[in-house]
Design a protein around this ligand. Structure first.
Ligand code: KIV
Length: 266
């Protein structure tokens, strides 16, 4: 199988095929996920919490993201598109974003992701003009938890839902190739997925999106009390083999049984 690209993921959306993706932070898990055929791996800045033990993603630096991107790129050599997160305040201006995104691409990423709405349109334009595919991230954007006053469901009021929808359409128009949408009502995420050509990848956003993403530690029950929207696929697969857990996750996303209504927000 050749490597997935942003346009191959868009082709899956066009065919109506749902796909699962997962985070990875090191070469061993990246290789294993790549061999299971996971279309995309995200080196999430969630590593600040699940790998480094911080209580938010804010302390993660660009040097640390470059290091983990290099590790994942050494493991995932055949199948998975590698998406790298741009950490807190490393994309405050388009020029700053270009400099830092280039470091992640040179470390082995095939796409970069950053959090925020319409204000990032110029950044998306500059990066894509320079050959850097962009994944947007809206809804609950964890780098802004200090502004939100905690990790809260987003898009529950009409004006907030409109902001997320309008921002998505503006970012797509500017050149974003896909978007992660986190912790929003399932109906809002489903409506947005219908309005875009780019794939929308949900986490805590119901099963009406084109793809799903899970933090690997949540998918295997490795990290404290799991969030409502996660499922322990390692337990569910019943064999204790991480590969079986990943294949089960991919199957359940493909056939629309993950996430269930109980694992979504209304
Ligand atoms: O950092 C991360 O792992 C993420 C996912 C939660 C989408 O951004």
């Amino acid at each position: 199988m050749s490597k997935f690209t942003v346009s191959k993921l868009a082709a899956l959306k066009e065919k109506g095929e749902k796909f699962g993706t997962i985070t990875a932070y090191d070469a061993t898990f990246a290789k294993l996920f790549d061999e299971c055929g996971v279309p995309a791996l995200l080196i999430g800045d969630s590593l600040g919490m699940v790998v480094q033990g911080h209580n938010s993603t804010v302390p993660v630096t660009i040097e640390e993201m470059v290091y983990h991107t290099k590790c994942v790129a050494r493991g995932a050599t055949t199948t998975s598109l590698i998406i790298a997160d741009m950490p807190f305040c490393t994309y405050a201006t388009p020029e700053m974003a270009l400099k830092n995104a280039a470091l992640l691409m040179q470390a082995g990423a095939g796409c970069v992701k950053f959090e925020g709405g319409e204000w990032l349109c110029d950044t998306v334009r500059l990066l894509t003009e320079n050959g850097i595919p962009v994944c947007a991230h809206l809804g609950l954007t964890p780098q802004s938890f200090n502004v939100f006053g905690g990790y809260k469901i987003q898009g529950r009021t009409e004006d907030k839902a409109k902001y997320i929808t309008d921002s998505t359409l503006a970012l797509e128009e500017a050149g974003a190739g896909m978007e992660v949408i986190e912790c929003v009502p399932a109906q809002l995420a489903a409506d947005i997925s219908k309005k875009t050509r780019m794939p929308i990848i949900g986490i805590g956003a119901g099963n009406g999106t084109d793809g799903q993403i899970l933090v690997m530690h949540d998918a295997f029950g490795f990290f404290g009390r799991p969030p409502k929207f996660a499922r322990n696929f390692l337990k569910e697969c019943g064999t204790g083999d991480v590969r079986d857990a990943v294949r089960l996750y991919l199957d359940e996303v493909r056939n629309g049984t993950f996430p269930s209504q109980a694992e979504s927000f209304e």
